[in-house]
Design a protein around this ligand. Structure first.
Ligand SMILES: Cc1ncc(COP(=O)(O)O)c(C=O)c1O
Length: 342
């Protein structure tokens, strides 16, 4: 039985062919240090988003930027604000750097930005918003992001983590690069780990005001971005076909999985990312589904690991893997129906 990893929301198609070619080519030169600043990549990203290279910080994945923001833009007596069912790295980074943080209790799968406003006080310094949200797959809209920025103090940094933005099809999704031009306290995080298929080589970037970018760049570990990652990311940006095909595949398969699994009676949340979030009435039921999937070689993310007991997250895989998920969960439902009837 072939094991399929549907745990961490990676691109199921392997690295982009152009990036792989670049990695092979530059592998010959890894005896040399990378440059201090990956300037060519910065310029490529700046041209793509119509900003200045000084607005871009390239990093060893989004994790590095989350850590830099927490450590160098939030003082010890200041506070970070985020949601309770969101990407674990925000609270993890706050704890590691001994920064205070508070969470908004979500009443459902959505991150409601209005709920953040009453919690913003004198000591609030940064708000982290994953958009789409990991693990629930929901988005916050352009209008709600603009409204938040209008209503809170401009001293508070609003960090939108758009790791999955290339998978979004909902037209109300923010054009955050545009909004950032009016609100310099908005910081955008992006990554090459998801649709760009380069999670293992660790590369991401931030788009922010020159002042914020300068602080991030100044405090980044010297040469944190390795030479192969830099070249692979440059090549991946040119692999338009790979990106378009990956997005189209995800859109198609996400709809099939959502419809089929909902039809089978599973409580699946509509998603704008490359994963689906399932809620269960209790931990026992969730554990049963998790076990059944892993017994069939389908490894998914048990959200208990992140403090949410009754939920699973399944990455959208290739068509074969998704078909196996539907078959497997379908069999579980029919087996239970038969057992009930006896
Ligand atoms: C919302 C979100 N941001 C960032 C990341 C990590 O990105 P990177 O690999 O660039 O550190 C993830 C990975 O799961 C994620 O879900």
């Amino acid at each position: 039985m072939e094991l399929v990893k549907l745990i961490s929301n990676e691109n199921p198609f392997g690295p982009p062919p152009k990036a792989l070619e670049a990695i092979r080519k530059y592998a010959q030169s890894v005896n040399y240090y990378p440059k201090f600043v990956p300037q060519t990549l910065k310029e490529k990203l700046a041209a793509k988003y119509h900003v200045s290279p000084e607005n871009i910080t390239v990093s060893a994945g989004s994790y590095e930027l989350i850590n830099l923001i927490t450590r160098f833009l939030v003082n010890r007596d200041e506070e970070i604000l985020t949601f309770d069912n969101t990407f674990i790295a925000y609270s993890y980074s706050a704890k590691r750097n001994s920064r205070k943080y508070s969470t908004v209790q979500m009443t459902g799968p959505e991150c409601n930005l209005n709920d953040l406003i009453p919690l913003c006080g004198d000591k609030t310094k940064a708000i982290f918003i994953a958009n789409p949200n990991n693990p629930t797959g929901t988005i916050v809209t352009h209008n709600s992001l603009q409204k938040l920025l209008k209503e809170i103090s401009s001293h508070i940094l609003v960090v939108v983590d758009e790791a999955y933005f290339e998978y979004v099809t909902d037209e109300s999704y923010p054009n955050s690069v545009q909004i950032q031009k009016d609100y310099p306290n908005l910081v955008i995080l992006r990554t090459f780990s998801k649709i760009y298929g380069l999670a293992g080589i660790r590369i991401g970037y931030g788009i922010a005001s020159r002042e914020i970018s300068e602080v991030l760049e100044k405090n980044r570990l010297l040469r944190s971005v390795n030479a192969l990652a830099e070249k692979a990311a440059e090549a991946a940006l040119d692999d338009v076909e790979y990106i378009e095909q990956s997005a189209a595949h995800n859109d198609r398969e996400r709809a099939i999985l959502y419809e089929e699994l909902s039809r089978l009676g599973y409580n699946v949340n509509p998603s704008q990312a490359n994963f689906l979030y399932f809620s269960f009435p209790d931990n026992e039921r969730k554990a049963k589904v998790y076990r059944h999937l892993s017994d069939h070689g389908l490894l998914v993310c048990d959200m208990e690991f992140f403090g949410k007991k009754n939920a699973l997250r399944i990455t959208i895989g290739n068509s074969d893997a998704n078909h196996r998920v539907i078959q497997c969960l379908g069999k579980l439902v029919s087996r239970e129906k038969t057992a009930e009837a006896v």
